[in-house]
Design a binder for this molecule. Structure first.
Ligand code: CP
Length: 314
């Protein structure tokens, strides 16, 4: 299998073939994750650093589990427990890690571009686990895996991404990833939560009217409002936001019978999603996305680090 990437930083650097290779490898890895003993020796002896300088539940826990299941050694590191609080620079921190002869750095950082800078100062592979409001490529890949499992084909699939588009790093990777795979993307949200020039997103359609587009969509991907990245209030109240942009039980009649509901998490219940929709037994695939996080992150590490084919199924 030809997979020639060293880093996973910008999804635009990946072709449809690269993305399908990751999804198909993840599918192969699903079998390991169903076993009682969920461990293979594929990356034994390699060292992966999880550098999380911002909070995370899903991304961090799924990377840590993926590393354990592939038998590599993990170093968990980052945030206020590091010497960055004493003034050490990101580059000096990376040079320090390099001295340990590490093989991969998985980085989440509030600064857009931090993973790229790190990649210029380390011989290790670098994976972007979310940088500022720029990109979150491993989230996009788990989202694609989930959609592929349920819809089987991306060509012409109509995907709507709803909410705080302007502050979302998920959008920064998911929109191009869906376009690379042939889907049609509509972004929906108030103008105050859109970028100043929404055409830079690369979506096919941009609209503030959720109810107009909901009947067309095969996948409804809801986003939370990124309050940690907001200055001022870009909507009159959460109640009004929920009335206009919340995916609520009252809106279900507008949806296609087989339309899926996705959300990257964490959910703010009662704001962008009510519990009826978040927990909908037929439509919601939010926990499938969480499971896909382990599979796709195992696949990404395996492909980027060139793990042995034998070790994949042993
Ligand atoms: N979707 C996502 O990145 O979630 P976490 O912030 O919990 O990792």
């Amino acid at each position: 299998m030809a997979f020639e990437h060293k880093h996973l930083i910008d999804i635009n650097e990946y072709s449809d073939t690269d993305i399908m290779t990751i999804l198909e490898t993840a599918k192969t890895l699903s079998e390991i994750n169903q076993r009682k003993i969920k461990k293979v020796p594929t990356l034994k002896g390699l060292t992966v650093v999880n550098m999380f300088n911002e909070p995370s539940t899903r991304t961090r826990s799924s990377f840590e589990l993926a590393e354990k299941r592939l038998s590599c050694d993990s170093l968990n590191f980052g945030g206020s427990s590091t010497s960055s609080v004493k003034g050490e620079s990101l580059i000096d921190t990376v040079e320090t890690l390099n001295a340990y002869k590490i093989d991969m750095i998985i980085v989440r950082d509030k600064h857009a571009g931090a993973p790229r800078i790190i990649s210029e100062h380390t011989p290790a592979s670098v994976v972007d686990a979310g940088d500022g409001k720029h990109q979150h490529p491993t989230q996009a890949l788990l989202d694609l895996y989930t959609i592929w499992e349920h819809k089987h084909d991306f060509n012409g699939l109509k995907v709507g991404i709803v909410g705080d588009i302007g502050h979302s790093r998920v959008c920064g990777s998911l929109i191009p990833a869906l376009k690379i795979m042939g889907a049609e993307v509509t972004v929906v949200g108030p103008a105050t939560l859109m970028p100043a020039c929404p055409e830079v997103l690369g979506a096919d359609h941009v609209t503030p009217y959720l109810d107009d587009v909901l009947p067309e969509l095969d996948v409804v991907y809801m986003l939370r409002i990124q309050r940690e990245r907001l200055e001022g209030a870009p909507y009159p109240s959460l109640r009004e936001y929920n009335m206009l942009y919340g995916l609520t039980k009252d809106r279900e009649h507008l949806m296609k019978p087989d339309a899926l509901i996705c959300h990257p998490g964490p959910i703010n219940r009662g704001v962008e999603l009510d519990s009826y929709m978040a927990d909908h037994p037929k439509r919601s695939v939010i926990l499938d996305q969480v499971y896909a996080g382990i599979l796709t992150r195992m696949a990404e590490m395996y492909l980027l680090l060139g793990g042995s084919e034998d070790g994949l199924t042993a």
